[in-house]
Design a protein around this ligand. Sequence first.
Ligand SMILES: [Fe+2]
Ligand SMILES: [Fe+2]
Length: 474
Amino acid sequence: MISSERIPNNVDLHCNKRLQRALEHWQPRYLDWWHEMGPQGFQHYHQVYLRTAISVDADGWCHYDYVKMPEYGWGIFLANPVQDRTIGFGDFFGTRVWQEVPGEFRQPLKRLIVLQGDTEPASVEQQRLLGKSCPSLYDLRNLFQVNVEEGRHLWAMVYLLHTYFGRDGRDEAEEMLDRSSGDADKPRMLEAFNSPIDNWLDFFMFAMFTDRDGKSQLMSLSESALDPLSRTTRFMLTEEAHHLFVGESGISRILQRTCELMKSHGAGLSGDVRRVGGIDLPMIQRHLNHWFSESVDLHGSEVSSNAATYFGNGLKGRAREDTFDEHRALHQSYQVTAFDAGGFDTRTVPLRNAMNEVLRDWYIGDCEAGIARWNRILEKNGVGERLFAPSRRFNRKIGIYAPYHFDPQGQPLTAEQWAAHRHEWLPTDDDRAYLASLMASPVWEPGKFANWIAPPLRGINRQPIDFEYVRTDN
Ligand SMILES: [Fe+2]
Ligand SMILES: [Fe+2]
């Protein structure tokens, strides 16, 4: 990388003047977007202790320093090429990967990249007000780390659009900055990215479940026959791991604190924890249910001809494709549990058409492992309650279960039953009001934490927990 370049990169941008000019033209528009739609109130006077990607070497891919967010070094980094890489699945299995976009797959590849790209700035927009209610400087820094890296992920997708999709790609890159989360006329493309995230319980759940959908999608795109897409997404996964850590450890620390409050104040039942300013387990479960089901939806319909075409054409594979025995998936099938007025019914679907469901299986397994780690905290603290992942049928808005209602165990309900119990299973206005009051005053003092969350086990980059992770610049 040449650090003096305006756009840090490992793609020899200086050798491609046309591309360099196009991206330098996009850069000020991106910065305008960041100023307007990025973290509110922390743009000009705050120095944040952030990591910045500077290369893709396993040892030393990033460096840490104080930086004002608008001056962050958003760059373009592709994982190193795999020598003689061949296509790992679908009809072109075993042939050489593509360094250019084949004309016949131009539209679907562009669509996949635009869909992925659109979620990146969307999450920054959703979280832009959160800094004002942060539980500590450590958490504030983590929020901003996630935000600047989602910004870099947008750069990653915009690089692909500019480099491989000509005029169309440049237009799409512009539109990434025109749409915005929750906008009445030009909303973000996926519904889950259109409502604000205005409390930290939602934020941590989002980072746990929705960023993990990001991980699913990036893993399947990193299998792609389009090698630059594969290399770009492989490096994004390196950054994504920290986002998942922020989510999982954030909830772990809330659980730890809830257990402490239950014990020390004699608030024996978790429901009583609210009296002493904590977050009770049923409320945590309701938020888990919401973000889990919303993220399960992001994997798309159970039976999908698009998914079959993406797989057949080598555009989007399965997570960890190399762990499967057979990579064409032409003759196998998949059992989908369908539901209609007559009840449940098992349908056998050609495997390629069930690729969304295959990816969803991987996703749910990954979530369940995380929830099991959360439950160990409850167990260690001698608390009998447990968290759980609701059924994949619960609260769906996309796919075969969407027209019906199911309880968190996956049992069908009438519309009346659903209406009568919904408030037990999903966040309520009362939850939102309670969380807003709990988080009304931010904690700015280094080493101090809001009452509802325990400190982390260790600091960032071996810094102490009471390190000044965000400082005002006077
Ligand atoms: Fe991302
Ligand atoms: Fe992320």
